[in-house]
Design a binder for this molecule. Structure first.
Ligand code: PHE
Length: 383
């Protein structure tokens, strides 16, 4: 029999053991909380604000749905979102803050490749898995084995648009690049490589920097080369202005671009000038598949607007992370990284997602055109 005293010391010992055990079990730095904390870096304000507000809306919707279904590993998910104000430099700063102060178990973001390129080395160094929903520049995931993306990459996207131009019989194309964006520079290069190798002619190459408002000099030079189309690989804001100014200068050639055009602001800025132009994207909300239409309906009910590609990709990025946490059974960095890396045939809104050994996804792209102020589906191209 134990004396009351030895019983008391036994209880104390058991208590100490329990405390010791829980602190050993520390998961992602958030040991005793009943929440799994996930960080998100998004451009909620500034030059690419629709990228951030949209991807965040999709990401948050996924988190809310997971929590409504009971959460993960017996805990609720908590999403902490930091606004990088669309500023180069700021994405890295807020990523650091999320990792050191909030002890996040994983990092979601960014949309723009230049920002993801800033965040990658920080996540890698801290051993915190990062998933970019939408950054397509190849360099993003080359940073290290903790950095993933769930979208296709620009060598594919550039090829899709080069093939598309050729299928329309457009053999002479001018290039207009935003040299401040890794995304724009890369995409233009991949377009050019495929197009020139397959018999196309580049009539001229012009450039600008994000934030510029006057593109008349570049467009005048482009007009002199009489191209059949202009490949404008920048983001939506500048592209809207470029389209408007091209028409003012009497250029009637269609504009071609990539996913960076995907924003309701494109049409708001360009008006009729962007009608009949084409861009590649990850998703069409006109897709008739029941899974997509159901997503579109849920998103509309929650946010009062139609989801664009970033919304769908943000949603998929959070769902893929959740799937990996479930499979890992833990939020410990290395185990979670390994689980994300083995994502296979995940049935996402933006397609079937399998991550390859370079932590990229091979997925189809869609080509959209602007018709009556709306993005309208033209065709889908498999990798
Ligand atoms: N792919 C773009 C980039 O890497 C970002 C983007 C994705 C923009 C999807 C719009 C839609 O910078």
């Amino acid at each position: 029999m134990f004396s009351p005293r030895s019983f008391a010391s036994l209880t104390a010992l058991a208590g100490a053991l329990i405390i010791g055990f829980t602190s050993c079990k520390k998961e992602g730095g958030n040991a005793n909380a009943d929440e799994i904390v996930i960080g998100e870096v998004a451009a909620m304000t500034g030059g690419t604000a629709t990228f951030g507000t949209s991807s965040h809306a999709g990401t948050q919707m996924a988190i809310d749905e997971i929590n409504a279904a009971g959460g993960l590993l017996g805990k609720k998910l908590k999403l902490i979102t930091e606004d990088d104000q669309s500023k180069q430099g700021e994405a890295g700063t807020v990523a650091k803050k999320l990792i050191s102060r909030e002890k996040i178990v994983a990092l979601l973001g960014e949309v723009a490749s230049g920002k993801s390129l800033e965040m990658g080395p920080i996540a890698q160094k801290a051993g915190v898995p990062m998933i970019s929903p939408a950054s397509t520049n190849p360099k993003v995931t080359e940073v290290g084995d903790y950095v993933f993306r769930i979208c296709f990459i620009d060598p594919f996207q550039g090829t899709v648009m080069a093939k598309f131009a050729m299928s329309r019989g457009w053999k002479k194309v001018a290039i207009l690049t935003d040299t401040k964006q890794d995304y724009s520079v890369g995409l233009a290069q991949f377009f050019k490589e495929y197009f020139a190798k397959n018999g196309g002619t580049i009539t001229g190459e012009q450039s600008y920097g994000s934030g510029d408002k006057d593109f008349k000099a570049q467009l005048t030079a482009i007009k002199a080369g009489a191209p059949d189309a202009i490949f404008a690989s920048g983001y939506y804001n500048e592209t809207g202005l470029i389209a408007a100014q091209a028409r003012e200068l009497g250029i009637t050639a269609p504009l071609l671009g990539g996913d960076g055009w995907d924003s309701p602001s494109l049409v708001e800025v360009a008006g009729k000038a962007i009608e009949g132009s084409f861009f590649s994207n990850h998703f069409s909300n006109e897709d008739k598949s029941p899974k997509i239409q159901d997503f579109v309906k849920r998103f509309q009910a929650k946010h009062g607007k139609t989801p664009d590609a970033m919304a769908a990709l943000g949603y998929d990025s959070a769902m893929i992370l959740a799937d990996a946490i479930k499979r890992a059974g833990t939020t410990e960095g290395k185990a979670l990284r390994d689980a994300i890396a083995t994502t296979k045939d995940f049935d996402g809104i933006t397609g079937k997602i399998t991550l390859d050994e370079k932590r990229n996804a091979n997925k189809s792209a869609v080509v959209l055109t602007i018709k009556d102020g709306k993005f309208s589906f033209v065709e889908s191209l498999a990798p």
